[in-house]
Design a protein around this ligand. Structure first.
Ligand code: NAD
Ligand code: TYD
Length: 349
């Protein structure tokens, strides 16, 4: 039986991972630690909170006393570390929280695990969930990021994640900590906070609001359904080689404008309106330092651990759009709160 400390389990990917783990490994104990920032939402975990093997703890990954107590009281054997400030645009307007949570929070967790686990490391694992953004930006014809691509982060978000990846690596080399790192491409799927491109476009379309596309819309991202990411993390946690990094991605590169058009046509079919949703597309001022292209070479996890994505982008987008159509109450509540203030600041009135 594993005793997992999942951090950030009330956010987008963490929520999906908690659901995945409780469903697939009911014998394990899951402690979900989340500070419930604007991005954390306990509504996502309704139902699960009744499971005997599940406990939610409201707290900060930077709170050393709390984390040490959790390791001690719960006998944590595995950490899956999602908690982070995760939105590039917010890191441009307010980088400090990114430095605190993403760097200091990861350090606090590593140090607490090191002290709690001592030399008894055989059955323990510390899996750090990171991003492909640490590798920087690719030219159109450059090969995809591999695990040996040098780090070249360009936003405060990417730099803070790169710093945390380096700390994790250092704890392996210096202390022999049983760490694993995953660097994943852009995720999409249920429960994603509507500041990110795909949910933002779905919801704005449904509310007949402009669909803001940065710059010329030709920036490229490599998209993966969140369920495929969760299955990848599960594989790495069970079978990954300690000290190794695994890139996770869908071999699924799309220009932003094409994704926005795909969502528009999917919605025209699933929720027809008076006019095509694509008429709402609005090109807006570009993001400062906007990375041109991300692409992941996922060969290592595919060949070594037998993982591969199950969703195609078309089926994944359909499932995701259907989820947002079925869960209007969920996103309406979010869009009524502090999100309004953020939206005004980011996109103007
Ligand atoms: P998210 O912003 O949706 O959720 C983050 C969660 O962390 C929230 O529940 C929030 O309350 C919690 N949190 C924030 N600060 C905290 C703190 N100090 N202490 C405890 N909890 C705190 O993020 P996400 O999109 O689910 O991303 C999760 C992880 O996956 C992040 O580490 C991110 O870098 C990484 N990642 C994300 C993507 C993506 O496309 N979203 C891709 C690759 C990697
Ligand atoms: P985002 O979902 O913020 O993820 P990331 O910046 O981590 O890749 O953005 C995905 C892409 O979509 C990115 O190139 C920026 C672009 N984008 C827009 O064009 N308009 C928007 O309103 C947002 C939020 C993003």
């Amino acid at each position: 039986m594993k005793k997992l400390l999942i951090t950030g389990g009330a956010g987008f990917i963490g929520t999906n991972f908690v659901h995945h783990w409780v469903q697939n490994h009911p014998e394990d104990r899951v402690i979900n630690l989340d500070a419930l920032t604007y991005a954390g939402n306990l509504e996502n975990l309704q139902g699960i909170d009744k499971s005997a093997n599940y406990r939610f703890v409201h707290g900060d990954v930077c709170d050393q006393d709390l984390i040490r107590k959790l390791f001690h009281d719960e006998g944590i054997t595995h950490v899956v570390h999602f908690a982070a400030e995760s939105h590039v645009d917010r890191s441009i307007t307010g980088p400090e929280a990114f430095i605190t949570t993403n760097i200091h929070g990861t350090f606090t967790l590593l140090e607490s695990a090191r002290r709690a686990w001592g030399d008894d490391l055989e059955a323990c694992r510390f899996l750090h969930v990171s991003t492909d953004e640490v590798y920087g930006s690719l030219m159109a014809d450059a090969p995809a990021f591999s695990e040996t691509t040098p780090f070249a982060p360009n936003s405060p978000y990417a730099a803070s994640k790169a710093s945390s990846d380096h700390l994790v690596r250092a704890y392996f080399h210096t202390y022999g900590m049983p760490v694993l790192t995953t660097n994943c491409s852009n995720n999409y799927g249920p429960y994603q906070f509507p500041e990110k491109l795909i949910p933002l476009v779905v919801m704005n379309s449904l509310e007949e609001k402009p669909l803001p596309v940065y710059g010329d819309g030709l920036n490229i991202r490599d998209w993966l359904h969140v369920d495929d990411h969760c299955r990848g993390i599960d594989r790495v946690l069970h079978a990954g080689r300690v000290g190794e990094t695994y890139n996770i991605g869908g071999c699924n590169e799309w220009a932003n404008i094409d994704i926005v058009r795909l969502i528009c046509s999917t919605l025209d079919e699933m929720r027809p309106g008076d006019r095509p949703k694509s008429e709402l597309i609005t090109f807006v001022r570009d993001r400062p330092g906007h990375d041109q292209r991300y692409a992941i070479d996922a060969n290592k996890i595919m060949t070594e651990l037998g993982w591969s994505p199950e969703y195609t982008f078309e089926t994944g987008i359909r499932q995701t759009v259907a989820w947002y159509l079925d869960n209007e109450a969920w996103w309406s509540r979010i869009r009524d709160g502090s999100y309004k203030e953020y939206y005004k600041q980011q996109y103007g009135a």
